[in-house]
Ligand binder design. Structure first.
Ligand SMILES: Nc1ncnc2c1ncn2[C@@H]1O[C@H](COP(=O)(O)OP(=O)(O)OP(=O)(O)O)[C@@H](O)[C@H]1O
Ligand SMILES: [Mg+2]
Length: 258
């Protein structure tokens, strides 16, 4: 399923946050979204997911969701948002609570989502008994259990240490290769964006406009090869310079207003 944004703008009261965003999230791609802090990334993701109505423009989907899809657009949150009094399986089943499903299907969906994230043996554990990385795997399993058409991930790895983040990035890729779920990933981490993304969309300083969409022109399977490091470093430097320019301009504007 594709997600189409046309002229999307948003303001909170009289604070303009997004302006004129035209963007198509293509079927089966991972689109990474970067931009300075406060540029409206989380706002844009909330608009994509239908949690927030944009002040202007429109969001539409094109194409059919996958078989068995209960929620076309599904979130994974930064802080995992697990209920401490529920087991791992109970937290994953939470996403199914508003859907009338036969008990057998409920059970098999939860079982499959846990297995996909390597959590099969932890179904009965409580969140406090898990590491941070495992908790976020529960967060991803909870998103997968509805078989979403588009996964919306708002800095899902940023609460984790660097090593766990790398491991989870690779796990996420393994999963994605199997399911090819369309995904939009907000991240502050350029290496992560260039490891995962088919494309990287860069938002300007607030009000966020699309500065650029960079196609990562190194095949995903070759991105850890030493001979590709040069091209990836070039793209990283380019993205970094865009971000730096935006952040410096934002600082100047702030200084001018004082
Ligand atoms: N519910 C809200 N009400 C009013 N203002 C808001 C609300 N949510 C966000 N904002 C403001 O809108 C702007 C954009 O916020 P948003 O969270 O979308 O940015 P972001 O790019 O995700 O930032 P970060 O990188 O820090 O997560 C910020 O200035 C923020 O203070
Ligand atoms: Mg944010």
């Amino acid at each position: 399923m594709e997600l189409l944004l046309e002229g999307v703008s948003h303001a909170y009261g009289d604070l303009p946050v997004l302006e004129g965003i035209d963007l198509t999230v293509r079927d089966g791609e991972i689109l990474c979204l970067i931009g300075p802090s406060g540029s409206g990334k989380s706002t844009l993701l909330a608009i994509m997911g239908g949690l927030l109505r944009p002040s202007g423009g429109r969001v539409a989907t094109r194409g059919a969701p996958p078989d068995g899809c209960l929620n076309p657009l599904t979130y994974v949150f930064q802080d995992f948002a697990l209920l401490p009094w529920r087991t791992v399986a109970g937290n994953v089943a939470l996403a199914l609570e508003h859907h009338r499903l036969p008990r057998g299907e409920r059970r098999s969906r939860v079982g499959n989502a846990l297995a996909a994230m390597g959590l099969g043996e932890f179904a009965g554990a409580f969140p406090r008994q898990l590491s941070g990385g495992m908790r976020q795997r529960v967060g991803i399993a909870r998103a997968l259990v509805v078989r979403p058409a588009v996964l919306l991930l708002d800095e899902p790895l940023s609460a984790l240490d660097a090593q766990t983040r790398d491991l989870l990035t690779e796990e996420f890729l393994t999963l994605w290769r199997r399911e090819r779920t369309t995904a939009v990933l907000v991240t502050h981490n350029l290496a992560e964006a260039l490891r995962l993304g088919d494309r990287v969309a860069v938002l300007s300083r607030r009000p966020g406009r699309l500065r650029e969409i960079l196609t990562v022109d190194v095949p995903r399977d070759e991105r850890s090869r030493p001979e590709r490091a040069g091209r990836l470093a070039e793209m990283s430097a380019h993205l970094w310079s865009l971000l730096r320019t935006e952040a410096q301009a934002a600082d100047r504007e702030l200084a001018d207003r004082r």
